[in-house]
Design a protein around this ligand. Structure first.
Ligand code: ZN
Ligand code: ZN
Ligand code: FE
Length: 758
């Protein structure tokens, strides 16, 4: 007896070796039938004995190729016919194929073996790839994802490549970027003026230049990297000077896991994470020993490490005795990453000494992704290359919506059905280049998803470029979403929550509904609305935005709220290190309410404590003071939390930090170390947040807590708070698919807007 079944497959099933896989599986199960790409996704028909068909259906999702992502399987019983073999039907070019574009993927083991096999025809070819690996998202102009719609369109395949491409049983069947020495892209080394500097071995010459201490701009998958030898202090310092990047940590690409192991502490989970096909930068505790100088990541106990992910990277390490390269985005600080050869030469003029370029165009900028494990769970710090455009799956279908994101570390989001597509990391929307990138991302994402949302969500901050852009979209319905509400909705969405939750949204800056700068917020929220249930008591922020770069101003503000003018008499080292006229100026600004907007920011509270213990009076990158404060904790003082007060004003709980600052001053007068103060501060914050959670549980009978906002990138705070909440039987939800920081904001905005539209 024979049966025939029709299977509709949705998800990422194109350009990932899915059809050859199904073909092989059908052959193994002795099934006849066919597979086709249709407007509704991939459709398979199989015919054979009921047992074989059942086995096939069981194996289909289980053994799918590593890059395939099956989101839905629908199976129908259909009439048998006279098929006696299994066939792969050609795609109909005229029909839009509704499968998702895959992300860019690191070179696979099979390709690596061929790359270093002298007998292979692609021996040492820097652009080797197959259906299991290589560029995807970054070379796509439009859909359907097929060679003519990619930047490989200008490279006609040679007969041998063409034969592989057309053979359903070949590893390169429909591998769109398939190429070889004869027909594909080639490398060149250029000098700082963009003139050809290489003979016939650009790679070897680039490797030699790196070895000699030069800064080499290297064209990668989603943009240029600036690379230097990670053991060469002078080269690193030059790179910092040229890039105007004073102390912000650089990431380091290491040759292999052994080198990673030598530089950092890593466990099984970290090793797996480093080896993932998306090859993220992983933040890891660095070991003291080793030949990587502190200049790579000054004042930092962590190092961002990643493994080679293109054939070019592998070849660079193979051609070189270097085991570690600083690899940082090819841009001037805060600008988007450069992707075009001539753009790179122009924008990186005065930064790079050489350019290792090639003629395969990058069509989509895409920075490296950055992740970290906290409490065994992966947290996204930057969700970009390798992860985009994989959607976040939602609990239910929602109306189509677009979200413009925030300002810092921004992303945008498009909702389609039950899938939320976040863009790659766009960066800080503070300059023209970034704004152009933002507009490109909005167009491209809508284009590849074939949607034209009628609703656009935006942040309430009137000065954000993303907000202005959204409000300028006359033909769209605009929905303003409060910053911290978006954070909590983002956490709810990725965890498939419904109903109301208690949301802790802790971060640096978000525009409040009262026009003040919020950031230490506890909300009772659902997707539609929120109530501000508790927040850090307001303090003046003398200098406004300028105070963000100068934490000492915030420390003076907090001291003045705790001590009034008596603060001037406090014999603590902090006050002796800041010139008194500057302190007096700040006090006057506060008193006369000049450029001193009130803030409930949690980031500024960390800044104030960091300044007060003299860790950092001024910062040169975002969250630097808070990061260094976290790292200096002295665990010997764990379990001795400072006390913070809770009061109530018009039904809203206020966290009073005056007792905290009095206690810190007392500690400092007794000669306490920064490590002790930091530890007691972290523990104190956890305690007061726990008390708030309990009070709100009593008021609302809610037991579900969501944690979001950039402050939860503080590993100690996040872990402690989560653990303690669970101990008192809260259901706690955090982020793992999108960043807790503003990179995840657009997801929350989109779901709020979609719910309001519905
Ligand atoms: Zn491969
Ligand atoms: Zn070829
Ligand atoms: Fe935020």
């Amino acid at each position: 007896m024979q049966v025939r079944r029709c299977i509709h497959v949705s998800g990422i099933v194109q350009g990932v070796g899915f059809r050859p896989y199904v073909y092989r599986l059908a052959a193994e199960q002795h099934l006849a039938g066919q597979i086709a790409n249709t407007t509704a996704g991939v459709v398979i028909e199989v015919q054979g004995s009921p047992e074989s068909v059942d086995d096939f259906l069981l194996r289909l999702p289980k053994e799918a190729p590593p890059l395939a992502l099956i989101t839905d399987l629908r199976i129908l019983e259909i009439e048998i016919n006279g098929d006696s073999e299994f066939r792969i039907l050609p795609s109909e070019k005229s029909e839009a194929v509704r499968t998702l574009i895959p992300p860019d993927i690191a070179t696979c083991e099979d390709c690596l073996r061929e790359l270093f096999d002298p007998a292979d025809r692609r021996y040492l070819y820097p652009f080797i790839n197959c259906t299991n690996c290589g560029p995807r998202f970054t070379i796509v102009r439009s859909i359907p994802y097929d060679r003519p719609q990619t930047s490989m369109a200008v490279f006609p395949m040679c007969p041998r490549c063409r034969a592989e491409y057309e053979d359903p049983l070949n590893r390169r069947f429909h591998a769109q970027p398939n190429a070889c020495w004869d027909c594909g892209p080639q490398l060149e080394l250029w000098d700082e003026f963009g003139l050809r500097a290489s003979g016939n071995d650009p790679l070897g010459e680039a490797a030699a230049q790196l070895h000699a201490g030069s800064i080499v701009a290297i064209k990668g998958l989603g943009g240029f990297h600036l690379a230097v030898d990670a053991t060469n202090i002078a080269a690193i310092q030059r790179l910092r000077e040229h890039k105007h990047r004073v102390e912000k940590p650089f990431a380091v690409m290491v040759q292999n896991l052994e080198t990673a192991e030598r530089l950092c502490e890593l466990d099984v989970g970290d090793r797996e994470l480093l080896m993932r096909p998306e090859r993220p930068i992983v933040l890891l505790p660095r070991k003291d020993l080793g030949d990587i100088p502190a200049e790579v990541a000054p004042f930092n106990k962590f190092l961002g490490i990643f493994l080679p992910y293109t054939p070019l990277h592998h070849l660079l390490f193979a051609r070189n005795s270097l085991q570690a390269l600083v690899m940082t985005s090819g841009n001037l600080s805060e600008e988007p990453i450069a992707i075009d050869n001539s753009e790179a030469v122009t924008r990186l003029a005065g930064i790079a000494d050489y350019f290792l370029v090639h003629n395969r165009e990058i069509l989509r900028r895409c920075d490296d992704s950055v992740v970290r494990r906290i409490g065994g769970r992966v947290r996204q710090l930057r969700r970009s290359r390798g992860l985009v455009p994989v959607p976040v799956f939602l609990k239910e279908k929602l109306p189509t919506a677009l979200a413009a994101g925030g300002e810092l570390k921004s992303t945008i989001c498009v909702l389609k059905g039950n899938e939320a597509f976040l863009s790659q990391h766009i960066g800080d929307l503070e300059n023209v280049e970034a704004y152009k990138f933002f507009e490109e991302a909005v167009q491209h994402l809508q284009n590849i998803l074939e949607v034209g949302p009628s609703t656009v969500a935006y942040d309430l901050h009137p000065d954000y470029l993303s907000t202005r852009w959204a409000l300028g979209q006359r033909e769209l319905k605009t929905v303003g979403v409060q910053h911290h509400h978006a954070h909590i909705a983002s956490c709810m969405a990725e965890n498939h929550l419904g109903g109301r939750v208690i949301g802790f949204a802790l971060d640096g800056t978000g525009y409040g509904t009262d026009g003040h700068i919020w950031g230490g917020e506890v909300l009772v929220a659902d997707y539609l609305n929120f109530e501000r249930a508790a927040h850090l008591a307001y303090v003046p922020l003398p200098g406004g935005a300028a105070a963000i770069c100068e934490p000492w101003r915030v420390a003076v503000s907090y001291l003045s709220s705790a001590f009034g003018l008596d603060l001037l008499k406090l014999p603590i080292p902090f006050l002796q290190q800041i010139p008194q006229p500057r302190i007096l100026t700040v006090l006057q600004m506060i008193e006369r309410k000049v450029n001193s907007p009130p803030t409930s920011s949690c980031g500024r509270l960390f800044d104030a404590v960091a300044a007060l213990v003299n860790i950092r009076h001024e910062v040169n990158y975002e969250a630097q003071a808070a990061i260094e404060l976290e790292m200096c904790r002295d665990e010997a003082f764990a379990g001795q939390p400072y006390t913070l007060g809770i009061s109530e004003e018009n039904g809203v709980l206020q966290i009073d930090s005056r007792p905290l600052f009095r206690a810190i001053v007392e500690d400092l007068l007794r000669g306490a170390t920064a490590g002790k103060v930091s530890q007691r501060f972290h523990d104190g914050l956890v305690e007061v947040l726990l008390r708030i959670a309990e009070i709100l549980r009593k008021h609302t009978s809610l037991n579900t807590v969501c944690l979001s906002g950039g402050t939860f990138q503080n590993a100690y705070l996040a872990m402690q708070f989560e653990q303690r909440l669970r101990e008192i039987r809260f259901d706690v939800f955090t982020h793992s698919q999108v960043p807790a920081g503003d990179g995840g904001l657009s997801l929350g905005q989109a779901v709020v807007a979609a719910h309001r539209a519905r």
